[in-house]
Design a protein around this ligand. Structure first.
Ligand code: FMN
Length: 318
């Protein structure tokens, strides 16, 4: 399936696998890139050693890297290390991309900015981003409040109004071919997909957590700050993260100030639960699309089936 995105990135399918913190490592990278999509290593909070190891282990596959912008601002030198790997693209999300944009573009690396509002999209266009990712609130992981369905065409219209050559990807709730087809119809050139690949054989997810997630419906997810408070991650106030509900999240959601007071003891319990894959206390970042997923297939099969499905939907709509 050819779109402006496949042509710009030299990939077969218009799908970018989201750079998922702690879940998107080299195995997922090799699988998605090998199957015709673009993989983004989840550079996230900037553990330089981990990022180096993933690039090393994915050697031979053409992969990009995603970084959380407000966190990158605390250690800007990390960007130079990422750029030495000649990534297929760098995706910046959550924060002002301006301080980093020229270094990325000067290295000849496509700059992808993931945005949650029209205002952010305008800022990304001003920075010369080649690709804007319009991320709606259905998405797993961190984001904001806008729904995917109106955000995509609103940003598509803005790109057209500015007569910009920037490409547009949709993110948030795209977990099968219907979602991808809809995103293309709404004016996107492709999709950034997280949750569907999180529930794959290659993602770095504890099997017990994955098993529980595969039973969940979309309603069993919630946007919350609980996981950030317990981990001590100081996310800017406008963002929260979509996770699977469980007794731990239910207990503290809405009582985050009280959680801060008990953070020490709760953090130790929470970390042990993450390690053990205890689905009642550990946090699984997943989007509403989890309700469309009932098995964890190999990532290459997921991508192939999703594309077949999307092509069928588009052909039927013709
Ligand atoms: C487990 C998980 C971790 C994520 N971590 C990050 C991250 O570190 N950086 C980032 O830019 N986006 C992150 N995201 C958000 C994705 O980039 C993307 O916007 C989202 O997954 C798209 O929605 P979907 O999950 O419905 O496919 C994460 C998403 C998930 C599910």
């Amino acid at each position: 399936m050819k779109t402006r995105l496949t042509e710009a990135l030299g990939i077969t399918f218009p799908v970018i696998q989201a750079p998922m913190a702690f879940a998107a490592g080299s195995a997922l990278a090799s699988a998605v890139s090998g199957a015709g999509g673009l993989d983004m290593i989840g550079g996230a909070y900037g553990d330089a050693g981990w990022i180096e190891r993933q690039f090393g282990a994915a050697a031979g596959a053409r992969v990009g890297c995603g970084l959380i912008t407000w966190k990158l601002a605390e250690q800007p030198h990390l960007l130079d290390r990422v750029l030495t790997h000649d990534p297929a693209a760098v995706l910046l999300a959550s924060g002002n991309p301006k301080p980093f944009a020229s270094a990325i573009r000067d290295a000849g690396v496509p700059l992808i900015c993931q945005v949650q509002t029209l205002r952010d999209a305008r800022q990304a266009l001003d920075c010369g981003a080649e690709i804007i990712v319009a991320q709606g609130a259905d998405a797993g992981g961190h984001g904001e409040a806008r729904g995917t369905f109106a955000l995509i065409p609103e940003i598509a219209d803005e790109i057209a109004r500015q007569d910009s050559k920037a490409l547009l990807c949709a993110a948030g709730g795209i977990a099968d071919g219907r979602g991808l087809a809809a995103a293309l119809m709404l004016g996107a050139d492709g999709a950034v997909i997280g949750t569907r690949f999180w529930a794959s054989r290659e993602a770095l997810v504890h099997p017990r957590i994955l098993d529980r997630a595969l039973e969940a419906t979309g309603e069993e997810t919630i946007r919350t700050r609980v996981a950030d408070v317990v981990r001590g991650f100081d996310w800017p106030g406008r963002y929260n993260g979509r996770v699977l509900r469980n007794p731990f999240i239910q207990k503290w959601h809405g009582s985050e100030d009280a959680l801060k007071l008990e953070a020490g003891a709760e953090a130790a319990k929470w970390a042990a639960a993450q390690e053990a894959g205890d689905p009642y206390f550990a946090t699984a970042f997943a989007g509403e699309g989890i309700g469309l997923i009932s098995s964890a297939a190999p990532a290459g099969d997921i991508l192939a089936n999703l594309m077949l499905d999307a092509q069928r939907c588009l052909a039927e709509a013709d």
